[in-house]
Design a binder for this molecule. Structure first.
Ligand SMILES: CC(C)(COP(=O)(O)OP(=O)(O)OC[C@H]1O[C@@H](n2cnc3c(N)ncnc32)[C@H](O)[C@@H]1OP(=O)(O)O)[C@@H](O)C(=O)NCCC(=O)NCCS
Length: 194
């Protein structure tokens, strides 16, 4: 298909939540991506980038930071009439640039279109390679343990992205005391016993 004229990508504004929600949820009805609630888009509007073709809304994508070394490409969607014209590629490259700006060395996506992500240098990985995603999101998903989405990853900075990202032992965080001790302020009179 010929490339679309004048693709412009920009960070989303709150007013963009309406077209984002209607596109993502229209495509989710066709079972090609997961739906989003209004709250999840509005609260995370800073994650979103918007593509416009000739000044008209053409698509969206979000970069959700999972951890210091990992972020997810989420809610990537191009209006059906404009698919196959390079809009999806431009959106992903904007998310890649944002991840580089943030110093994030690796991206991932869960997708039904592995060939598209393959063209954008993503490679297939195992769901177990992404424990943050599985722990935070997947366990709330109705498809948990029967997920048919393909996990894909793209390394942006191999030096900062060791193969075993989560294998390092974590430093133990001391737990708060169960019963906080009360120290009366200096000069306070003792409370008389009843
Ligand atoms: C997947 C999607 C975002 C791709 O966006 P797009 O604008 O249509 O894709 P582009 O035109 O930028 O394509 C970039 C390249 O990927 C290829 N490609 C695009 N969609 C593809 C598909 N479904 N299967 C295989 N290759 C595909 C294109 O041929 C192009 O290759 P080329 O550079 O060699 O010519 C879009 O089709 C879409 O919104 N689909 C429905 C929602 C969806 O599946 N989102 C992904 C959720 S993870």
């Amino acid at each position: 298909m010929p490339p679309a004229n004048q693709i412009v990508v920009r960070p989303a504004r709150v007013a963009d939540a309406t077209p984002i929600l209607s596109l993502v949820n229209e495509l989710a009805l066709k079972q090609v991506m997961l739906p989003r609630s209004p709250a999840s888009v509005i609260e995370n509007i800073r994650d979103f980038f918007l593509a416009e073709v000739d000044g008209e809304f053409a698509g969206c994508g979000a970069l959700a930071v999972s951890w210091t070394d990992l972020a997810e490409v989420r809610s990537l969607a191009v209006r059906p009439a404009l698919q196959g014209k390079g809009v999806g590629r431009v959106l992903v490259e904007a998310l890649v640039a944002d991840a580089r700006r943030l110093g994030i060395p690796r991206l991932f996506a869960f997708t039904y279109v592995p060939d598209f992500f393959g063209k954008l240098d993503f490679t297939i990985c195992q769901h177990e390679d992404l424990p943050h995603k599985v722990f935070n999101d997947c366990r709330h998903c109705p498809k948990f343990l029967a997920c048919d989405e393909i996990a894909m990853t793209r390394v942006l900075d191999a030096k900062l992205s060791p193969p075993k990202l989560f294998g390092k032992p974590q430093r133990a965080i001391p737990l708060p005391q169960r019963t906080p001790s009360f120290v009366p302020p200096a000069g306070a009179k003792p409370v008389p016993k009843p």
